[in-house]
Design a protein around this ligand. Sequence first.
Ligand SMILES: *Cc1c(COP(=O)(O)O)cnc(C)c1O
Length: 250
Amino acid sequence: MSRTARREQVRANLATARTRIAGACATVGRDPAEITIVAITKTFPTSDVALLAELGITQVGENRDQEARVKAQECGGLGLTWHFVGQLQRNKAGSVARYADVVQSVDRGALIGALDRGAGAAGRRLGICVQVDLSEAGADTGGGPDLGPEAGRTLHRGGARPDGVLALADLVAGAEHLDLLGVMAVAPLGADPQPAFDRLAAVHDRVLLGHPQARMRSAGMSGDLEAAVAAGATHVRLGSALLGHREPLK
Ligand SMILES: *Cc1c(COP(=O)(O)O)cnc(C)c1O
């Protein structure tokens, strides 16, 4: 596809996404200006990131360190804010801290320490969201069944159990080089996203009591942005709605 044709396709997709957001806001009496799109560019080429920037997108997200690091470097002059939204291994924290502006997927204390050290070493500050597990297993005080590492790849979408979120938020807020921005969640697969996002809203409201500046509520993807907007999302993370079908990772 020519660059002109791709640009037109992405422009049309972005217009459709904005119309959906406006419609979702109208339904619940919110102002669309309250919603920020984070374009999730994983698996798509750097040229698409540049197109999105031309079309007015300022926030982009990736979920794998290796891919994100290269793209962030290649797009260095575009003034973009880079969000890391994937499950993060502790040994990648130092790398992510060098290019990411926001890490949305923080779900355990060990990561907070590693990101804080990484940000300090890089002479940067990192914005942080605590990722909340909205699966029924996360809601279960027993912690849910042990699904095993492979099952976890598809069923567990990351995140801290809701009853552990406040402690993590406090840890982030106390870290020298980190700023607590808010919370993030992915709706559980195969379930109605609305009650899940409503649980996120309740968890976030408790975080806000102690950290009133942490207003970011990152919820909603291409398939469920309406439910997220209804539950007070401030950021929606849109991949396929903007860039189209993704080839599955091998
Ligand atoms: C891939 C991804 C998205 C975007 O998903 P789409 O369904 O393509 O919009 C959002 N959030 C996270 C954490 C992702 O990994």
